[in-house]
Design a protein around this ligand. Structure first.
Ligand code: FES
Ligand SMILES: [Fe+2]
Length: 457
């Protein structure tokens, strides 16, 4: 598959797809309607390049949590696709996303992962930028640059940065739709997850980061709808007492499918009342929640003990919200992690994981919640190891000479009455809910959105 000259930086801002890529995407769409997918999508370097050019430059992409940059001058290094940026709160309190490359000779201007500064000084020749990105000076300026157009030579900035419920997103496309429109009905679910009280959530330290030998889309697709794998991939956790019922985790969930490739896995809370309640939190945490913040449907969702187990916001932000013991033998504790699937070439991704805790919760609960999340979902997480091992298969099959030509992966579950998977007609929230998670509708919709994003002009 060849990348066109346009795609390498030619006539249009995002490049145009060549004929073979367009034909391949048409084949992928047709296959998805029939419940199939070519494994080439999980390793092809040209597809990877097109994703960077056409998905990560045009979608709203998560770049951090508001609590990571609470004071003027706070900054962290972040990625959109494979481009590195500085997420910073400038001196006026505005959030900026600045490309971490000097406009003189492209040297990275910031080499610390996080910190607080009013200016960034490039290590190469010493150009200085304000934390708002503006050019601010250079060594021997009077001799070297007496006439420089300072307004022109600031750091490159993302044209759009916005946040919702503490989650900061950026979009590199000047023509982007507003963030709330992009998130659509996902806002309703972000409200019930993160808006349970005015104090909100914060990150519990820096994000964990590690390399996984698989394609980034395997993670995004798993968290948008794959509850089915729990009974198999995570079966051993039942054996060691960390998961009470691996089969139940597969059967007790259902899907909510949203527009835009976003989707959720939803369940009913299972920790016993009266000590546990909303979202499986214990009473010392639920007592801090304020349900008057919600509309009637959201209150019914919460009071009926529905809980969001996982989601994916297209393209690469996911969430896990579950309750497992902080160590074997202890009772389960509810935890929440944001996780991002950062592409690093076509056959590896970097997994970023942010455990979150409630600002108003007792510190003992937050510690236990953090420990439970780390035991399950982190570089050493027992769930994590199960998942990342099985995702290795995508690139293996994608590069296989035998499989590459015509092998198709099965995405049939839930198609045409194949499984116990019907519309949930009385669903109280937005989106299309299903009666079970024995379907792959969310996954197919995610891949269709992926096709749309790659193919759109
Ligand atoms: S590359 Fe930054 S000052 Fe020259
Ligand atoms: Fe899993």
């Amino acid at each position: 598959m060849m990348v066109s000259a346009d795609q390498q930086g030619g006539t249009s801002s995002y490049g145009s797809l060549n004929g073979s890529m367009q034909a391949f995407l048409a084949e992928v769409r047709k296959d998805l309607e029939q419940g199939m997918l070519s494994p080439r999508v999980l390793n092809d370097p040209d597809i990877h390049r097109a994703e960077l050019d056409r998905i990560f430059t045009r979608c709203w992409v998560f770049v951090g949590h508001i609590s990571e940059i609470s004071d003027p001058g706070d900054y962290v290094l972040r990625y959109i696709g494979e481009d590195q940026f500085i997420l910073v709160r400038d001196e006026s309190g505005e959030i900026q996303l600045l490309m971490n490359n000097c406009v003189h000779r492209a040297s990275p201007v910031c080499r610390a992962e996080k910190g607080n500064t009013s200016h960034f000084r490039c290590p190469y020749h010493g150009w200085i930028y304000k934390n708002s990105g503006e050019w601010n000076g250079a060594p021997f300026r009077a001799k070297a640059y007496p006439k420089i157009d300072t307004a022109r030579w600031g750091l490159r900035k993302a044209p759009h940065v916005d946040s919702y419920q503490g989650l900061i997103f950026a979009c590199l496309d000047p023509q982007a739709m507003p963030l709330r429109e992009y998130l659509g009905d996902m806002c309703w679910y972000l409200d019930v997850l993160f808006g349970l009280n005015e104090q909100g959530m914060r990150v519990a330290g820096d994000p964990h980061r590690w390399i996984v030998p698989a394609n980034w889309k395997s993670g995004a697709e798993n968290f948008v709808g794959d509850a089915y794998h729990v009974q198999s991939a995570h079966r051993s956790l039942e054996d060691i007492g960390l998961l009470p019922d691996a089969g139940g985790a597969s059967t007790g969930n259902f899907h909510v499918t949203l527009e835009g490739g976003h989707g959720l896995i939803v369940s009913r809370g299972f920790l016993p009342e009266p000590h546990y309640g909303i979202m499986d939190y214990p009473s010392e945490v639920t007592s801090t929640f304020d349900l008057t913040r919600f509309d009637a449907d959201q209150r019914e969702f919460l009071e009926s003990r529905y809980t969001v187990v996982g989601f994916t916001i297209f393209p690469n932000l996911s969430l896990i919200h579950a309750a497992t013991p902080p160590e074997p033998g202890l009772p389960p504790v509810s935890f929440t992690c944001l996780r991002q699937w950062q592409p690093r070439g076509s056959e590896e991704f970097e997994l970023w994981n942010w455990p979150l805790v409630w600002n108003a919760a007792p510190p003992e609960f937050n510690h236990a919640s953090y420990d439970a999340s780390v035991l399950g979902f982190s570089p050493s997480g027992v769930f994590e190891q199960d998942d990342t091992v099985v995702w290795r298969g995508g690139p293996m099959v994608g590069r296989s000479a035998f499989a590459r030509k015509d092998m198709k992966l099965n995405f049939e579950m839930g198609l045409d009455g194949m499984s116990d998977y019907e519309p949930r007609l009385d669903w109280i929230g937005p989106g299309e809910a299903s009666t079970s998670a024995f379907g792959e509708k969310n996954q197919r919709r995610w891949w269709q959105r992926w096709c749309d994003a790659l193919a759109s002009s």
